[in-house]
Design a protein. Structure first.
Length: 354
């Protein structure tokens, strides 16, 4: 059955998979909802978006995504509150960042109404897929890639903008042990580190595998020139608590302007927590671990919100981070998730009702 909402055509799936899903035991990003949004760029402009049944994509072997890596993406979540109202968290920030990433990779920018109206229409169609269980959400993956054909090393002449969704449980459970990287770099000055480009993540996998072989779960990335400054943790922004000060590095060509990151900074300041946005050296972190002033380290990102770090390795030496009864990580995560799920007031205007 076809219909139109917000001038977006909807082609409904003839069947649903929802009755096959165990919503009490959801892995992250492995079960996909019935529909997706698709929008094509051709003849120099974006065509009308459509909501269609979730399906495979057919591409020519010469499609430029396979050869030159023009691909960017975002990560978002939708939540249901106790009244079954649906909420998003700062969705316009994701829209803006998708286009910042697209521009850096010479991908045409998506119009705001295509993104927002398309997203809202998709969520209305698959509203029943948004979990109500505590800690669960509907993970949303908007992405754009080069679908145009040709082996010539140049931007494509055709692209696809797609939004897929996946009901998901908690992304991480428990704390992780990390290795401070001293050889490989996530990104470099003048590069695409600030963009959510697929290639950024592909380049992380091998060094992370090496860290896993040494008994760690993730890598802390350092600057590309000297490897002396802490920058990110795995695919997340990183925060370090020394005594009662929360420290995170400034955004740059190398560091993603994380939406959770900027929310944590604003929220922490509003709660009277001292926050410093500055370069943080590995030496300072190691010394803090040795003298007992290192209280916490945690990653911050959409999927996990906050992921505590239990310890780190550096130059064949391991350092444990103390177990505290009350942590900034636990406090800030609860405050953010309570805002996201409409359990408390939102003084920042971050919450967006569908």
């Amino acid at each position: 059955m076809n219909s139109i909402i917000n001038d977006i055509e909807i082609i409904k799936s003839e069947t649903t998979k929802i009755n096959e899903v165990d919503f009490d035991n959801l892995a992250f990003g492995s079960v996909f909802s019935d529909h997706m949004l698709e929008c094509n760029f051709k003849d120099g402009k974006w065509q009308a978006p459509k909501v269609i049944p979730y399906q495979a994509i057919t591409l020519d072997p010469s499609a430029k995504i396979f050869h030159y890596g023009q691909s960017v993406f975002e990560g978002m979540k939708a939540y249901k509150d106790a009244n079954e109202d649906v909420w998003l968290f700062r969705p316009l920030e994701n829209f803006k960042r998708l286009n910042i990433s697209s521009k850096r990779l010479a991908i045409p920018e998506v119009p705001e109404n295509y993104f927002m109206d398309g997203l809202k229409t998709l969520l209305e169609v698959d509203r029943d897929w948004i979990p109500k269980n505590e800690g669960s959400s509907l993970y949303i993956r908007p992405f754009v890639f080069a679908s145009g054909n040709g082996f010539h090393a140049s931007p494509a002449n055709a692209y696809k903008f797609i939004i897929c969704t996946a009901p998901s449980g908690a992304y991480f459970s428990g704390k992780v042990k990390v290795l401070i990287e001293q050889t490989y770099s996530r990104s470099a000055n003048g590069g695409v580190g600030y963009a959510k480009a697929g290639g950024n993540y592909a380049g992380q996998f091998y060094p992370t595998q090496l860290a896993v072989e040494k008994g760690y779960q993730q890598v802390i990335w350092t600057d590309d020139t000297t490897h002396e400054y802490i920058e990110e943790a795995g695919a997340m922004n990183i925060f370090v608590r020394i005594n009662d000060t929360l420290i995170t590095g400034p955004t740059s060509d190398r560091i993603l302007d994380g939406i959770t990151r900027k929310s944590i900074i604003e929220l922490a300041k509003s709660e009277g927590i001292e926050v410093e946005v500055r370069k943080l050296s590995v030496h300072e972190v190691v010394e803090a671990a040795k003298n007992g002033s290192l209280k916490e380290m945690f990653g911050a990102g959409t999927a996990a919100v906050i992921s505590p770090i239990s310890g780190f390795g550096y130059k064949d030496e391991d350092f444990d981070i103390p177990e505290l009864d009350e942590t900034f990580a636990g406090f800030l995560k609860k405050r953010i998730t309570d805002i996201q799920t409409n359990k408390v007031e939102d003084p920042f205007g971050w919450r967006y009702k569908l």
